[in-house]
Ligand binder design. Structure first.
Ligand code: HSE
Length: 459
């Protein structure tokens, strides 16, 4: 089956030369992203085929409802409803898994890899959950798994870490990895809208995942951070080992206080490695980030990632992290890498088995725990406004050796509720959590303390 599209080969001198190899591509899922990939390959076919020296055939797709009308032109005969049929079709060279989910998508991905195919995927949840199994299957079957679109949409961050910065060890990678949360925090900051008002708008614009918790509670960011952690350190950190906090408890008040203190609040995925002991830590947390940092100005649905290598220093990457076109751009980049691999031209350094399977070859790339992490903190307390409360709060902190850097108390009426905004000097994550537990026990503290981290990254 071939698309009736006039390609580069039909009018270039190549048509007189040896026939270029035909690469058959199958899709599992033809939703927003799949249709974008299909559309943009059609649109830029001539240039792509010229660069690759191969003919790209969008061969077939598995979709839930083959009879459904789609904005992309595709003949009904190319559609089926069985993902496994596409995954194992011997005519296909490349399978793009763009259906999402972790059940059927996993079966189809593993089946295609076992057949020795190249799988291109945007499925961060699946990769985070089953990365080890996927790369083992690729190795065993002789196939490959490419996943540029799984992190930060159109920003080629996988290539950056895997190829461009391959000479480096990565002491710190942190970034805004979820466009929806960034949109919400930006609108709260710039327009003074509450979280509830902003989320309604985000839903209306179709930004929020069907399972809202993925975005709002930080899980989508965690999936992406785990993938970055694997690329950088060869470790599949389990999701349960990642402290994950979302943005639901952030108020306009927090955003306002952060602004007054010279910060913006961003949800960050952070992969850090202690240069002294080599321990790696992956976490997701809303963070106060200084307005002097580039990432504090990455707003709306944009993503931004700061990558610090021991040789290169710090590089910063910004772009659209989601949406049809940005994600399609990343998927097509993987398709072109897959074609080069199939033609035996070049292939990206493998991610699979980079570090010899289960164990990292990076000396000491062990996981850190909370007691290895330290930083500066922002604590919001709701307290009774009466004499001695501030002394009680500071006594709890002093007992655990937490040094207060600043205190703000907006004017309150004596006897009523007051808000206290505290920032701390450098402290330890385990100790600060214990501090919050102890503060919560005070009668004068009315709600669970709200804790945010203040970024003290050098770059
Ligand atoms: N829900 C994700 C986001 C989509 O908002 O960034 C891209 O992974």
């Amino acid at each position: 089956m071939r698309l009736p599209v006039r390609s580069f080969f039909s009018y270039s001198p190549f048509c007189k030369m040896a026939k270029p190899r035909t690469i058959n591509i199958g899709f599992i899922g033809l939703g927003i992203v799949g249709q974008g990939v299909w559309k943009h390959i059609q649109r830029n076919r001539a240039e792509l085929e010229h660069r690759l020296g191969a003919r790209l055939v969008l061969h077939s797709a598995a979709v839930r409802d083959p009879a459904k009308k789609r904005p992309v032109r595709i003949s009904r005969s190319r559609l089926c409803s069985d993902p496994l049929a596409v995954a194992t079709d011997p005519k296909l060279d490349i399978v793009c898994e763009l259906m999402g989910g972790t059940t059927l998508a996993k079966k189809a991905t593993l089946a295609a890899l076992r057949c020795g195919k190249i799988v291109v995927s945007a499925n961060k949840a699946l990769l985070c959950q089953s990365g080890e199994k996927i790369f083992q299957a690729a190795k065993k079957g002789g196939g490959h798994f490419f996943f540029e679109a799984s992190v930060a949409g159109g920003i080629p961050i996988i290539k950056v870490i895997r190829e461009g910065l391959v000479a480096n060890r990565f002491d710190l990678i942190y970034g805004i990895l979820n466009g929806t949360c960034n949109y919400i925090l930006t609108r709260m900051d710039c327009e003074g809208l509450t979280f509830d008002e902003t989320i309604k708008e985000a839903r209306r614009l179709g930004y929020v995942e069907a399972d809202e918790s993925l975005d709002l509670d930080g899980w989508d960011t965690a999936h992406k951070a785990v993938i970055l952690g694997y690329l950088a350190h060869g470790k599949w950190v389990k999701l349960r080992q990642v402290p994950v906090e979302g943005i639901r408890r952030i108020t306009l008040e927090d955003i306002g206080w952060a602004r007054d203190l010279g910060y913006k609040i961003k949800l960050l995925g952070i992969v850090s490695r202690d240069a002294k002991n080599g321990k790696v830590f992956v976490r997701v947390q809303p963070t106060l980030i200084s307005k002097t940092k580039i990432l504090s100005h990455v707003d709306d649905v944009f993503n931004g990632i700061s990558v610090t290598g021991d040789i290169v220093g710090t590089t910063v990457h910004i772009g659209r992290g989601a949406g049809q076109d940005a994600t399609a751009s990343a998927v097509i980049s993987d398709i072109t890498d897959a074609v080069s691999t199939l033609l035996g031209k070049t292939s990206p350094p493998p991610a699979e088995g980079d570090f010899g399977g289960k164990t990292s070859v990076i000396p000491g790339a062990e996981l850190a725990d909370l007691s290895d992490i330290s930083g500066h903190y922002y604590i919001r307390l709701s307290v009774v406004d009466k004499p001695g409360v501030l002394a009680e709060v500071s006594a709890v902190m002093a007992k655990l050796g937490v040094s207060i850097a600043s205190v703000i108390q907006p004017k309150a009426t004596l006897g009523k509720k007051a808000t206290l905004i505290l920032t701390t000097h450098s402290s330890n994550e385990k100790i600060i959590q214990e501090t919050c537990r102890n503060l919560k026990r005070l009668k004068s503290v009315l709600n669970a303390p709200f804790l945010l981290r203040i970024a003290d990254f050098k770059d």
